[in-house]
Structures are given as C-alpha cells and as structure tokens.
Design a protein around this ligand. Structure first.
Ligand code: SAH
Length: 437
C-alpha cells in the first residue's frame, strides 16, 4: 500500500502552543497525524545530507506532543518536509532519521521492509565475499542499515539483538516479531547491556525475547574454523564479528608463507583467541594470546583445542597488554607477527588525544618487538579517531621506535558491517597491515 499524503499546505511559522500536527492520509481511508519537529533556520543541512542524527540544539520546536520514541515529521524553518524520524527528548541526539521520503511515514510495514532488505542483502554480500554463509555475521548494522539504534547479529541458530536507543527499545516487541517471522531463528536473545543506553535514559536489558533459550556456548563455524561463543555473557553480542575478514587475512598470509612453521605470533587483546586459531591453522609455530579477561582467555584455550591444536598453558596469558609488551621489551623478546586489537580508547572525538597516547604507546612497543621483515596488524575501533589520525599515530610510533615499515593493506570490517555513505561515524574500525624492517 502506498500511503498518500494530504496536500494541506505547511504552516510557515511556528507559534507557541499551536498544534502543528500534519495529517497523512492512507489510501484516503484513514488519517494519521504526526507530531512535527521544526529545525532552526540553517540547521537543516545535515538532514538534507541524509545524516541520521538531529541534535537537540538544532530543534526550534516540537509540536503535536510527540511521545518519547514516537515518530516525528521533521521540517525546516519554513515548514518544508525533511525526513521522518523517531524522537527522544532525553537524548542529545533528539531525533534519529528513518526515511527522507515524504510518502514513507514509518509504520509497521516500514520496519518489516527495512529488516527484510538488510537480511536479503546480507545473504548476497556474505555469499559473494565468503563463498558460503558464515554461521555468525551481522544482520543489521544500525544507522548503516538505515535502522538507527538496532543491531542484530546471528550466531548459529540464534539472533542476538541490541536496542541502543529509546526508539528501538519501545518497538522491541514489533521488531522481535518481524525478526522471528522473517528469519525463523531458534530464538532471539537481547544484549542491550551497553553504556550508550544511559545517554538515551535507558537501563541495561538482557534476556530471552522470543523462541528458545540459547545454549551456554554456541559453536559456530567461521571460514572452516570453529569457535565457542557465549552470547549471554561474552563481549558485545558474544564474538567480534567485525574482525572476521582480518582474521581470515592473517590465516591466508601464513598459509602461503613457506616460513610459516617458524613464525611466532603474538595476539594481543586476543579475547577468545580468534586471530590465534587462524594463525595456528596457517601453520604458525606458536600463537600467544594475551587478554586481561580470564574468562576470555579460558575460552581462547578451548577454541584452540577445539580446532585440533595443542593448547599449551604458557600460550594463554591473562595480563594487561601495556605491561606485557613492556615486559617483552625488557626481556628482548621478538615475534614475527603481532596483532594489536585494543578496545575502544576514545568514546568521542573529545577523548581522541588521550586515546592517541594509548595507541602510540602500544604501537611503539610492538614495533620494537617485531623481527625485521615481520608483520604488524594494528587496529583502532574508536569512532573518535579517524583513519587519517590513526595512520599519523602509528607513523609517529614507528619513527620513535627507529624502525621502517610499509603499508601492505588498509584494513576494515567485512561487508556484513556496511558503512552508510552519509554516516561517517559508522566507519569505526580501521587497521593497517604493515611490513616492519
Ligand atoms: N581481537 C579480538 C577482539 C578484541 S576486543 C577478536 O578477534 O576476537 C578487545 C579485547 O581487549 C577484549 O577481549 C578485552 O578483554 C581486552 N582488553 C581490554 N583492555 C585490556 C588491557 N589493558 N590489557 C589486555 N586486554 C585488554
């Protein structure tokens, strides 16, 4: 059904207390009116550029008593339509935009359509890039799938959902029903235990949303390697799916390296051993996994064993990576390949400076520990540190370490983590593959 809009002219001025609800006529039978959000003059630019966020400071007035989480019609200072969005008066991001088409006011069918679109694209993209469906991948990547605030990952037969915003939180039942019907998973488990919800005025929420409870550990196949994933208590939704392509890259680098059986790999911030399993599968002599989480290291050991490799006690280290790298430097330890995949050091652009110090520190230490001709795979997942700044930080660390390095590849997330072209904030994961001399 294509909704038809009423042709009532937009009012030119917002008068205090005056209702500015606009009506939308669906096929001439039903009239639904939507509250209206009017932007200050000159603040329409980002909405015109299809950026999905409207900051509270850009809003001149909200009319028609919008409900928290409810749909609003966003208009410019003249009253001209800009976009449809959902509203949260408690958040600095007061509205997140859903559609820039006036004839597409978001109703239940809209949400179902967007979810189906994302799911269908994933099947195509993951088949194209992987030659087969991985057992775990991202189905819905929030703003980047034009579904702001909604993350859905698939792990085996289960979906894991994160509702990052109020607009998603109030629609959880609807979205769960659509996901169950569209994808028919064994169950949907919620992992909305993320700090960003605080900014939306929401408490953390976890638990079963629909279907069967997931097992304690779900075994997944990733490019032929097997991993145990704890969707209930693991980080994020259980596994760092955004690093899948880079783990495979490491595996392939070793597979085609005749010297692989000599290689020693240091996998720092290694979580449950993802990069280590690929390194061993690529015939590396040794892969040492370091992480500050004892639970993650315990699972890393199990994952290495699950793939048929010896899990030696000394290769699994619960430690602070900053201290571990210093100890290696002091002991003159050397490695052939080092992976640096730290957590987010900067939660916003304001923290970029202190984050830069952290990145420089670990990269400097890593450069000192790499044998000439060895490789460094170094990452940042801080949204506040863009690819340019990250490259400059690594460059500074290299010069201070007195080494030489070449960029073999710039690295990013796999295609099931698409980045909307109009949403630069979506490009949080960036990395470099360097040959170090
Ligand atoms: N590379 C991993 C994901 C790493 S996520 C993968 O492919 O699965 C970042 C990891 O860093 C988390 O597991 C977290 O427990 C760990 N971590 C955070 N701060 C740390 C620190 N100071 N020292 C060691 N590990 C740390």
């Amino acid at each position: 059904m294509t909704p038809q809009l009423s042709t009532a002219p937009a009012r030119k001025m917002a008068l205090p207390g005056m209702s500015r609800r606009r009506s939308c006529r669906y096929n001439g039978t039903m009239t639904i009116s939507f509250p209206v959000l009017t932007l200050h003059r000159g603040r329409e630019k980002s909405a015109l550029g299809h950026h999905p966020w409207i900051f509270s400071g850009a809003i001149e007035a909200a009319h028609g008593d919008p409900a928290p989480g409810g749909i609003v019609r966003v208009v410019d200072w003249r009253g001209d339509f800009l976009a449809w969005g959902y509203w949260n008066p408690r958040s600095q991001i007061a509205a997140r935009l859903l559609s820039w088409r006036e004839d597409e006011p978001p109703d239940d069918a809209f949400w179902a359509g967007r979810i189906r679109r994302a799911a269908a694209a994933r099947v195509e993209e993951t088949l194209l890039y992987n030659g087969g469906m991985p057992a775990a991948f991202r189905l819905i990547n929030a703003e980047n799938d034009y579904l702001p605030g909604l993350v859905v990952d698939r792990s085996g037969d289960w979906l894991v959902l994160q509702a990052l915003t109020l607009g998603i939180d109030v629609r959880k039942d609807l979205l769960t029903a659509i996901l169950m019907e569209t994808l028919r998973p064994g169950g949907i488990y919620e992992r909305s235990d993320v700090d960003v919800r605080e900014k939306e005025g929401l408490p953390p929420a976890t638990g079963l949303l629909a279907g069967q409870e997931p097992p304690d550990l779900i075994e997944i196949d990733e490019h032929g390697r097997r991993f145990l994933v704890d969707v209930r208590a693991g980080h994020k939704t259980g596994f760092y799916l955004d690093q899948r392509a880079n783990r495979l890259r490491l595996g392939n680098l070793l597979r085609f390296d005749p010297g692989a059986p000599e290689r020693e790999v240091l996998n720092t911030f290694g979580y449950t051993g993802g990069f280590s399993v690929y390194a061993l599968d690529g015939l590396a002599r040794r892969a040492i996994t370091v992480d500050s989480s004892a639970e993650a290291i315990a699972l890393a050991r199990r994952n290495v064993a699950l793939n048929g490799f010896p899990a030696r006690e000394e290769d699994f280290v619960v430690a602070d990576v900053f201290q571990y790298l210093r100890a290696c430097r002091d002991a003159a330890r050397q490695f052939d390949i080092i992976i640096l995949d730290p957590p987010k050091f900067a939660h916003s652009a304001r923290q970029a400076e202190s984050a830069a110090r952290g990145y420089k520190d670990i990269n400097l230490l890593a450069f000192k520990l790499i044998r000439p001709g060895g490789l460094l795979m170094t990452f940042s997942c801080s949204g506040g540190v863009d690819a340019d700044l990250f490259r400059k930080i690594v460059f500074g660390a290299l010069v201070d370490a007195g080494r030489e390095a070449q960029v073999l590849e710039t690295l990013g997330p796999p295609p099931d983590h698409p980045v909307a072209l109009t949403f630069p904030e979506g490009a949080y994961l960036k990395g470099l593959l360097l040959r170090v001399w």
